[in-house]
Design a protein around this ligand. Structure first.
Ligand SMILES: [Zn+2]
Length: 539
């Protein structure tokens, strides 16, 4: 279902055109005709309903290259998208980190696990059995924004072996590949790995190589949430003075790309814990060397020092494999406590960096937004016991913001890297504390570019539009040119900024208008989302 555009011809008049390709800005007007851009540059004044853009930037709609908004797109409630619309996002690449709401065996015994994974807010149940059927549901509902979808390796694996900590049998392995193959054939943009989450954490490199070869055969993209993002992580064996685990995780994925030739997107390149920060140079070198050798790899990043994930990503693989029983076994708890203390010290991370955003259980929901030591004090337990109690009561679904992923210098440095693409990696947290990235990612990148001089206006816009469109092969998106889709953001380069507040839910300033396929959806701070304005982007 595609909506008719209300004002058929709109003339964005006399602004600074930043076309998303990275080319220098130029003055001019942009004419939107229906869902497409009809003309740019010198356009006659009477060509369409005028919108005065003097002193404003006219840019392509922002593309969230690493999104988790897929489950919300199947929701009846479009307001989940308000905070994204307010920051100029028009397109999402969803299905990241191994999670997708499709790509499972129809006869699965594990539908419940799939339904209760990260993103419950859209629908309670999965009422489809394939990507094509899922698309039909979205189409019937009418998308408010544009969506490209990755199919999650984690989803396919969950549907076959649940969260069992084991290799797949030969038949299961073949079935897993067949599920992913089908979704790719039906138009998914690629496959995503979530190697720090169950069940991706249990997959060995041979399994991952076979998935990479499949993606390569389809000439699509493999995105990877790697096995570790800190110098020490429970997902790798602990070897004293061994290679930092985050670098090992990068080695593993670049090795996979070298072996299979797959196009690789390294998801949210973060450096968790202040002691991991000293590995930034080495990490960047690994990417540079691979790119120099012809490996087709990029990474995405967000502009905040904190990031959202599940509390259980802190757990080592051996403990995750024993869940939930391990939570109640004194020996397992004692070993975990010791490993956590040693690990935290090595990484420069600890309980004070853990903010519970959605405890996902009645006993702790009143503490949403608080840091773990604060909650521990209030409930009269140690931070460790509180953490395990929250994991227990929430069935390991508690969500968090981890802090000290980056400092400002690291963010600047990564922003400038030619392989960096900008993304929010966020979702709204219904009933919980908000991730500021869901509110201010794109304005914050622009503010950083302007105030810290880390990038030119054109380069910053490119990394949130054209570069993402090229990477994910989103035809006609991410650039302003005749015939391209009329996804457009008008913003004030002097005013644009995020307003990261304590609650994480402040709207940015400086976004003037947002058009999705020619449909005006934001004007003067007022959001008016339209069902059918957005499109499914199939490849
Ligand atoms: Zn991730």
């Amino acid at each position: 279902m595609l909506a008719q555009v209300k004002d058929q011809r709109t003339l964005l008049k006399g602004g600074l055109i930043v076309d998303g390709t990275g080319r220098p800005a130029r003055s001019g007007s942009v004419l939107l005709d229906g869902r497409r851009i009809a003309a740019l540059g010198d356009v006659p004044d009477d060509a369409g309903t005028p919108v005065d853009c003097e002193g404003k930037v006219i840019a392509p709609g922002f593309i969230d290259a690493h999104s988790h908004m897929d489950f919300f797109s199947a929701s009846e409630n479009p307001h989940h998208f308000d905070s994204f619309t307010a920051q100029g996002a028009t397109t999402f690449v969803a299905g990241n980190c191994g999670f997708s709401p499709f790509g499972f065996a129809p006869e699965t015994k594990h539908r419940g696990l799939l339904e209760s994974s990260l993103f419950k807010a859209g629908r309670e149940t999965l009422e489809w059995n394939s990507f094509a059927e899922y698309c039909e549901v979205l189409d019937g509902l009418g998308l408010t924004h544009n969506f490209a979808h990755l199919v999650g390796h984690g989803a396919a694996r969950t549907s076959l072996s649940g969260f069992e900590a084991r290799r797949l049998g030969d038949a299961e392995h073949a079935q897993m590949l067949a599920i992913l193959d089908r979704a790719l054939s039906e138009g998914a943009a690629g496959v995503s790995f979530g190697l720090q989450y169950k069940p991706g954490v249990f997959a060995k490199l041979e399994e991952l190589d076979d998935v990479a070869r499949l993606v390569k055969r389809h000439d699509k993209l493999l995105t990877v949430h790697a096995k570790a993002y800190s110098s020490f992580s429970g997902t790798y064996p602990m070897i004293p003075f061994g290679r930092p685990h985050n670098l090992k995780a990068i080695d593993d994925m670049l090795g996979l790309a070298r072996r299979t030739g797959v196009r690789l997107q390294f998801s949210h390149l973060i450096f968790a814990g202040s002691r991991t920060w000293k590995t930034v140079d080495q990490a960047v070198e690994l990417f540079d060397r691979a790119i120099g050798d012809g490996v087709d790899v990029c990474f995405d990043m967000f502009p905040y020092g904190c990031g959202a994930t599940l509390l259980n990503t802190l757990l080592p693989e051996w403990f995750m494999a024993g869940m939930p029983d391990a939570l109640h076994k004194p020996l397992a708890r004692a070993r975990l406590r010791l490993e956590a203390e040693v690990g935290f010290r090595l990484v420069g991370f600890g309980y004070p960096q853990i903010q519970i955003t959605n405890a996902s259980c009645a006993e702790y929901d009143e503490h949403n937004g608080r840091f773990l030591p604060d909650i521990a004090k209030r409930v009269g337990k140690s931070s460790f016991d509180t953490m395990l109690d929250i994991l227990d009561k929430s069935d390991a679904e508690a969500r968090v913001l981890f802090h000290d992923y980056y400092n400002d210098d690291i963010i600047d440095r990564l922003m400038q890297h030619p392989a960096a693409i900008f993304a929010s990696d966020s979702w709204p947290e219904p009933g919980g504390h908000q991730n500021p990235a869901a509110y201010g990612t794109f304005p914050r990148f622009l503010r950083k570019a302007r105030d810290r001089g880390s990038l030119s206006l054109e380069a910053a816009v490119h990394k949130m539009t054209g570069a993402a469109a090229v990477r994910f092969r989103l035809a006609d998106r991410g650039r302003l040119e005749e015939g391209a889709a009329a996804d457009v953001v008008v913003f004030d380069w002097n005013e644009i900024r995020d307003h990261a507040n304590e609650a994480g839910n402040a709207r940015p300033s400086g976004i003037e208008q947002v058009f999705i396929n020619g449909q005006l959806v934001l004007q003067a701070g007022e959001i008016d989302l339209v069902r059918g304005a957005g499109e499914l982007l199939l490849s």
